[in-house]
Design a binder for this molecule. Structure first.
Ligand code: SAM
Ligand code: SF4
Ligand code: SF4
Length: 378
């Protein structure tokens, strides 16, 4: 029986000990009861946040073992990665995207794991372009395979790319990826992307205290004037395996102070309401950097993002412990209206604001079982 049937709002939050299957059954019951077509487009959640963005993880596998994301001791040789049949096919992804777009989504980011490990990813990009050419489509990659793939991705219709790069010296970079992968090949990938003519290339750097603060200034120096924007991200407590401690976080404010002392900066307006990065430009006119204060300045208030995991489960927060199984619906023959209702029911009952309650409650946070970053995408 659907809980609180008579008393709105109905949150799809699991009760203690409630299994994912019971939660999913409650979700289906809710889906049958929602108004269709929805009363607002885009669909709004309990905090009036529109469903605008979708992150799609196309694989849970990765050739790196970044210690903050897929530590080797947890993601070893015998780790049970998803089988091919567990993963959504490109056609299934495109079908879901079509429905998400109808409900208001206009930004889509492909991620992983390492998305370029999914074979022929360019075919998915071409399919998504067919769904709607106006979708703001981007890819996040570690760039290890980008030298080979950049042109095919660009030709398939990808215009924006974000490259994760945590250091610009080979020794620190190899320590970060923990598989002894050379920095030079990533730089070749960035050069190939530049040559392929992407409209936007961003570099994302996660900063962990005592590990790569020393690479902040060299990274800024390397990309200054290149047109590529480096964005520094506070180390987050995603998943349950990366041993996160608040002391490891270098705050965005500290990062800006450090850079500005060497290369004077001034703040600039966000590109659009809800942009997660704060923007700073070099006073000498040679470009800009960004900082993403995901820990010290929570941006839940503007969080308009749903996440589709590799196996077709939807998560409404990076820190959720429970996913909602769209793949089961798809493979049981659900029509588009049923799928749309399921997504509407999920979004309209969403109340997530984990980062806002995290600070000061890190003990609570550590006790929670959360989904891993490599499974859900960044
Ligand atoms: N493999 C691709 C890559 O590294 O770009 C895409 C997936 S990765 C999970 C997406 C982003 O999440 C990367 O930029 C990575 O640095 C970031 N990330 C992973 N774990 C993180 C953490 N604990 N805190 C902050 N960012 C993290
Ligand atoms: Fe792989 Fe990206 Fe995670 Fe590093 S951050 S382990 S490259 S998925
Ligand atoms: Fe969005 Fe959850 Fe992150 Fe808040 S904690 S910004 S709701 S993903």
């Amino acid at each position: 029986m659907l809980k609180n049937m008579m008393t709105e709002p109905i949150f799809l939050v699991p009760d203690a000990g409630e299994s994912e299957s019971i939660l999913n059954a409650r979700w289906q019951e809710r889906a049958r009861a929602v108004a269709y077509p929805p009363s607002t487009l885009p669909v709004l959640d309990q905090r009036q946040r529109p469903l605008r963005d979708l992150r799609i993880s196309v694989t849970d596998r990765c050739n790196f073992r970044c210690t903050y994301c897929m530590p080797k001791n947890v993601f070893g040789r015998d780790h049970p990665f998803l089988s091919h049949s567990d993963m959504l096919t490109f056609e299934e992804i495109a079908r879901l995207v079509k429905i998400f777009v109808r409900l208001g989504v206009h930004k889509i980011r492909l991620t992983g794991g390492e998305p370029l490990m999914r074979r022929h990813l360019e075919n998915l990009i071409a399919l998504l372009r067919e769904v709607d050419d106006r979708i703001d489509l981007a890819l996040t990659t570690n760039a290890s395979m980008l030298a080979k793939k950049a042109k095919a991705l660009r030709d398939a219709g990808l215009r924006r790319i974000t490259i994760s790069l945590d250091a610009i010296d080979d020794e620190t970079f190899r320590r970060f990826n923990d598989v002894d992968f050379p920095l030079a090949r990533v730089l070749e990938g960035i050069d190939a992307a530049t040559a392929a003519g992407f409209q936007s290339i961003k570099i994302n750097t996660v900063v962990k205290r005592g590990v790569n603060e020393h690479t902040i200034l060299p990274l800024v120096k390397y990309f200054k004037g290149s047109g590529h924007i480096v964005r520094f991200i506070e180390f987050m407590d995603v998943g349950s395996t990366n041993g996160w401690r608040l002391d490891d976080v270098v705050s965005a404010a500290e990062i800006v102070r450090m850079i500005s002392a060497e290369y004077p900066l001034e703040p600039i307006e966000k590109n659009y309401h809800g942009e997660v990065a704060s923007r700073w430009r070099f006073k000498d006119g040679s470009g800009e950097i960004g900082v993403i204060a995901s820990v010290t300045q929570a941006f839940c208030r503007d969080c308009t993002r749903a996440r589709l995991a590799t196996n077709g489960k939807v998560f409404t927060c990076l820190f959720s412990g429970q996913g909602y199984d769209l793949r089961a619906l798809l493979r049981n023959g659900a029509d588009d209206e049923t799928l749309a209702r399921a997504i509407i029911a999920l979004w309209q009952t969403r109340d997530d604001h984990y980062s806002e309650i995290r600070t000061g409650q890190t003990v609570f946070a550590r006790r929670m079982k959360k989904i891993e970053m490599s499974y859900i995408g960044g």
